[in-house]
Design a protein around this ligand. Structure first.
Ligand SMILES: [Zn+2]
Length: 524
């Protein structure tokens, strides 16, 4: 179990799940919990048992299906209702019976919220906190308190906000997490209030929302001011602008402030974990996310490239390997010889001066025609191989292809493609059907080649992007197609450009298949 002196507390499954468009099944929640445990967080808040049937089910299944190595589960819930005993409140009973070793109780700390939302007296609110905390403690659970609207409450009535904190601490709550529920705070003012709360004698935690774009900064400022418990969500999920991104918080504290929060090896797996969670949540990963984004260490550095080649650390704030990410060079028309050489090295090729020159010229010429290699590493590598090895030998030669799009009597659109290829001394003709011309071509080319190259069964077309490029050289507009493919070990992207969209798609598709074969170890 993690050291108790500093808590990393994840609330993805409760607060993060409030994000618009995010919908997690119980199985999804269990999967996310396993990933978070793999990262080594101390606490995982599973949801609100009793108030939400799915969350009750989560805690029930967690007992037998979750084998957590680092984390403890926390059940979230409210203090008892006004005017009843904590022991008699069915929602408090659900927390008690959740099986979670920790309960996080949300309580009002803003006087106006007590009066207007809770419709009770300030005194009764304190009694509700005192009774519920001490009841759960007596029943053997550890209790944290989420002081809702604490910062706005402190500004409205500081004495009462601090009274809430003291009451909870005296009743046995281990941590009082101060919540910037509306997310409106800025770091300097927030730090001052955290400092006052620490002075009041409680162990303080911090829970921030990103409405000012300061959730991570606010969390760090709170830690500086004495908070020893940080809450956040995977990938910054959460309602409105999201919660503090727990990955950014952990990386900052561990790599920049010397905290020992999660195992080094787990931190070095953080990029993979962040992406694995997006697979479960089905939320497109933010490529610009700090530390773990695809672009977090990507350089489009014509000007800086020669220096990067000498010492990459001059242009990156940490070694990307510390969080399991990689430095990437983007090959663009801004790039010169040095970027191309760097990109070559990244792909495992030491380019000579002559090859570099030829490759730079080729890239520039293609980019002037509308190609882009920034997002198409695989196309760039094929180009590089052609330059180094001479025109590459092919796994297959294309004799011809053809696509027919038909609107049937029933009004359905079907596409049928036929490809004729030569491979390993055979001539193969294959036909594929699909819901669109590219889909049909993709099916036909695999059908033709799969008998000779069975590894193609693992290759899938996962994304297809089309962009019309306005005419820039007095010619007609051209179409650029980017195709992303995957196999069981990763993804790669290829690009095609032509006046005709199907021709552009075919170019990208042919390269995608060729690259897939190279990845599978098929040299030609
Ligand atoms: Zn929140």
């Amino acid at each position: 179990m993690a050291d108790d002196r500093f808590h990393v507390y994840d609330t993805t499954l409760r607060d993060g799940a409030q994000q618009e468009g995010l919908n997690l099944t119980v199985a999804d929640k269990l999967a996310v919990a396993r990933h978070l445990d793999g990262l080594g967080v101390g606490f995982i808040e599973g949801g609100w048992p009793g108030a939400n049937p799915k969350d009750t089910e989560f805690f029930r299944r967690a007992r037998t299906e979750l084998d957590l190595k680092h984390a403890q589960l926390a059940a979230f819930g409210a203090t008892r209702r006004a005017g009843v005993k904590a022991a008699d409140d069915p929602l408090v009973a659900a927390l008690r019976e959740s099986g979670a070793p920790v309960v996080t109780l949300v309580a009002k700390s803003h006087d106006r919220h007590v009066e207007l939302a809770l419709r009770t007296t300030l005194e009764e609110n304190l009694a509700m906190i005192r009774d519920t905390v001490s009841h759960l403690r007596a029943e053997g659970q550890r209790v944290f308190l989420d002081a809702e609207h604490f910062f706005d409450g402190y500004k409205s009535n500081p004495a009462y906000a601090l009274e809430v904190l003291r009451t909870a601490a005296e009743a046995g709550a281990d941590v009082i997490a101060l919540c910037d529920t509306n997310g409106g705070m800025l770091p300097d003012e927030l730090a001052d209030i955290v400092h006052e709360a620490v002075q009041a004698g409680a162990r303080v935690g911090i829970h921030c929302h990103d409405d000012t774009g300061c959730a991570v900064a606010n969390t760090l400022a709170a830690v500086r001011a004495g908070a020893t418990h940080v809450q956040g969500c995977a990938n910054g999920y959460g309602e409105r602008s999201g919660n503090a991104n727990l990955f950014t918080v952990v990386a900052n504290l561990q790599l920049k402030r010397g905290f020992d929060l999660v195992p080094q090896a787990a931190l070095a797996d953080m990029t993979r974990i962040a992406h694995a969670i997006t697979e479960v949540t089905n939320v497109t990963p933010n490529s610009h996310a700090p530390y773990v984004g695809m672009s977090a260490f990507a350089h489009k550095a014509g000007l800086h490239a020669s220096a990067i080649k000498v010492d990459p650390n001059l242009y990156q704030h940490i070694d990307p390997a510390a969080v399991g990410n990689d430095m990437r060079m983007l090959v663009s028309d801004m790039a010169g010889r040095a970027s191309v050489e760097l990109k070559g090295r990244e792909l495992g090729y030491e380019l000579t001066g002559e090859h570099t020159k030829a490759l730079v010229e080729r890239v520039k010429e293609l980019e002037s025609r509308g190609f882009t290699f920034e997002a198409a590493d695989a196309s760039f590598e094929l180009l590089l191989r052609d330059t180094v090895h001479g025109e590459r030998k092919r796994h297959f030669e294309v004799e011809s292809w053809r696509v027919i799009v038909e609107r049937t009597k029933g009004g359905e659109l079907v596409s049928e493609a036929t490809v004729k290829v030569h491979a390993k001394g055979e001539r193969i003709v294959a036909t594929g059907e699909g819901n669109g011309p590219v889909n049909a071509l993709d099916k036909a080319v695999r059908l033709a080649l799969e008998q000779l190259y069975p590894e193609l069964a693992k290759v899938q077309l996962v994304d297809f992007k089309v962009r019309i490029l306005e005419d820039t050289h007095g010619t007609d507009a051209v179409t650029r197609v980017l195709i992303t493919s995957s196999d069981d070990t990763g993804e790669w992207a290829t690009v095609g450009v032509a006046e005709n969209i199907i021709d552009a798609s075919w170019q990208a598709l042919e390269q995608a298949v060729t690259y897939g074969l190279l990845r599978a170890g098929r040299d030609c």
